[in-house]
Design a protein around this ligand. Sequence first.
Ligand code: NAP
Ligand code: GFB
Length: 332
Amino acid sequence: MSDQKVILVTGGTGLVGQAIRILTEKEERRNDERWVFIGSKDGDLSNLEETRAIYNKYKPNYVIHLAAMVGGLYHNMSNNLEFLRKNIHINDNVLQTSFEYDVKKVISCLSTCIFPDKTTYPIDETMVHNGPPHPSNYGYSYAKRLIDIANHAYYEKHKCIFTSVTPCNVFGPYDNFNPEHSHVIPGLIGRLYRLISQSIFIQSIYKPENSNAESFTVLGSGRPLRQFIYSYDLARLIIWALRNYEEVETIILSVDEKDEVSIKDAASAVAEAFNFKGNLVFDTSAADGQYKKTANNGKLRKYLPDFQFTPFNQAIKETVDWYIKYVNEARN
Ligand code: NAP
Ligand code: GFB
């Protein structure tokens, strides 16, 4: 129908994109909205001509821009140049093509990990550019910060409503579980699943006295602190932002400061979800990354004072159960 709003979701096949897809097919469905979810098979957004071809095909009125080269601490540490260049190209192509195709609103995605490493806490939206990011992911961070700079430049020159949201760490079904590239939660889930599976296999064949599944190695000290948001909660907030948020300034989409947990807490929650009774062992030879990036969600709370986040342990259990069910289709 011609009066439908076409909403293009770049990065639509990823962790956050899939959560938005599932919600907009059910409880967030609206008859006057047509949602289009694209991944790299639809076109390489780091290539301007391929980006234009996508916009020419779908002619979006709105864009939720999630597509990015994304990875955990260890992937970033060893690939800062690629994270910088790939994401600069993707972001510039999407914003420029959105302008050329007269897109009414673009919501891009920053991250709480791009804030200054040397800072006061909690961080808030005003602090994004107040100093260099943590050295482990400067490539990704500067590419993300340039989205915010570009958003303001498009508004100043053309009054475009190009804005962004700034999530904390995200996890959930459809995450990237590849052990070299993944973030901590999918990294823990994938590694513990393989450990238990191997142990069951070995026990069923050799019945060893001391199965090696009596201890599970967590990378780093376990001391760093993180705020984790369940992908479905973030998806709900991004859909809200598309429909209601009109500021060019970014808005932090994070759980409350009181819900910040340690990596050790997160590992314990994953072990509990697997009903794993073994010991957690901490490999302190592996980097810890940022100690913390505690974010204040006061601006979000002003808009949505009653928003309910899924309890962390429940979200972890749902994600583990999803992974066990779909391990063969998951991104390992
Ligand atoms: P993800 O699961 O890694 O998905 C990345 C998406 O981007 C995929 O759909 C991928 O397509 C697409 N993509 C990557 N390179 C592309 C290219 N050159 N051309 C076209 N599409 C491309 O990422 P995510 O975790 O959902 O993250 C979504 C957004 O949230 C990103 O902007 C990320 O920076 C941000 N964010 C994530 C976290 C987190 O903890 N995950 C935290 C804060 C912010 P394919 O599936 O075809 O590869
Ligand atoms: O999610 P993560 O990889 O990235 O978390 P960041 C890293 C923390 O989890 C470190 C510990 O303290 C690791 O020592 N950890 C424990 C593990 N076990 C594992 C594991 O199996 N895999 C991984 N990856 N970590 C990222 C940024 O920082 O935050 C990205 O580098 C991105 O750019 C993301 O923005 C949201 O939270 O440290």
